[in-house]
Ligand binder design. Structure first.
Ligand SMILES: [Fe+2]
Length: 295
């Protein structure tokens, strides 16, 4: 990291210390990944850009994780991570508190919301600011922390909820969606509208994404493949993989799914957006599996 960039970070952190916790801070990290690998960073309050485009260069395959690690202490509440992909745009809505990462997949003026765990107000604001129409709500799996605001988002938008057929039962059962393992009471978000299967192709704008069934974390866990990015839910993280001890978990099935993702990493390059933690690449994330498995 250059001295100039360090100076900019220091200036930004001083500014944040002054304005304090009364303001919602949005940190937007935008990376051009299609050609020159020249990321740039915007730090903003709602509607206001505070500092723009300090450019810097990374040489390793995990530059996104590196950058976010350096910057995440500057933001709270919500971090918006914007990737301008070759095929589709991925907007990561990252809560700093409890719950999973949420995403918007964008093509043209259409979007899918993935795992709506962040406040529906944040998602709606992002859709409105970009004049995007929400075509559907996709779920990587049915755990409660990934569907935390699903009910509210569906009520506000009318968008259909799409989940793998084997995880559909989790949406209305607090034991199966693991809510009752952590909290008291019931938690239901209503029935799914569309049941997904492996290799289903979903059209968004002028592009298509593919559903990849990756059971193990839950019976119906899936990854969404946009062509240049893979949204992996809790199957594969930047470092490690999801637990398999909750309802529907199966270690043997998870190992098979992870091995398949390792083989995919050998063939094709993908950015990786997991349900928790920081973004990475499929290649980097699957390399971390060598500490656990023989593949
Ligand atoms: Fe999960």
């Amino acid at each position: 990291m250059s001295l100039d960039f360090c100076a900019i970070l220091t200036m930004i952190s001083h500014f944040f210390a002054i304005i304090g916790a009364r303001h919602l801070i949005l940190l937007s990290f935008s990376a051009c990944i299609s050609s020159k690998y020249e990321p740039f960073i915007n730090v903003t309050s709602p509607g206001v850009t505070l500092a723009i485009t300090p450019k810097f260069t990374f040489s390793n395959d995990n530059f996104l994780s590196f950058a976010i690690d350096k910057l995440k202490n500057l933001c709270y509440n919500t971090m918006i991570l914007l990737i301008l992909g070759v095929y589709m745009e991925i907007i990561s809505l990252k809560p700093t508190g409890f719950s999973s990462n949420s995403f918007l997949i964008v093509s043209g003026n259409e979007a899918f919301a993935v795992d709506p765990s962040i406040s529906e107000a944040v998602i709606l604001k992002e859709l409105e600011s970009r004049s995007l129409k929400l075509r559907g709500i996709l779920l990587t799996h049915g755990h409660f922390d990934h569907i935390w605001k699903l009910k509210e988002l569906r009520e506000k938008t009318g968008a259909p909820v799409c989940v793998h057929e084997l995880d559909a039962e989790m949406l209305t059962d607090a034991r199966k969606n693991a809510y009752s393992a952590f909290m008291y009471g019931e938690f239901s978000v209503g029935e799914a509208d569309v049941l997904l299967r492996d290799a289903d192709v979903l059209t968004l704008g002028d592009e298509q994404l593919t559903v990849i069934h990756t059971p193990g974390h839950t019976k119906g866990s899936v990854c969404f493949d946009t062509g240049d990015s893979l949204i992996t839910g809790d199957t594969l993280f930047a470092e490690g993989f999801g637990r398999y001890d909750l309802y529907g978990g199966d270690l043997d099935a998870l190992k098979t799914s992870l091995k398949m993702l390792c083989e995919m990493a050998e063939r094709e390059r993908r950015w990786l957006f997991a349900g928790h933690g920081e973004p990475s690449t499929l290649k980097s994330a699957t390399q971390s599996l060598k500490y656990y498995f023989d593949f």
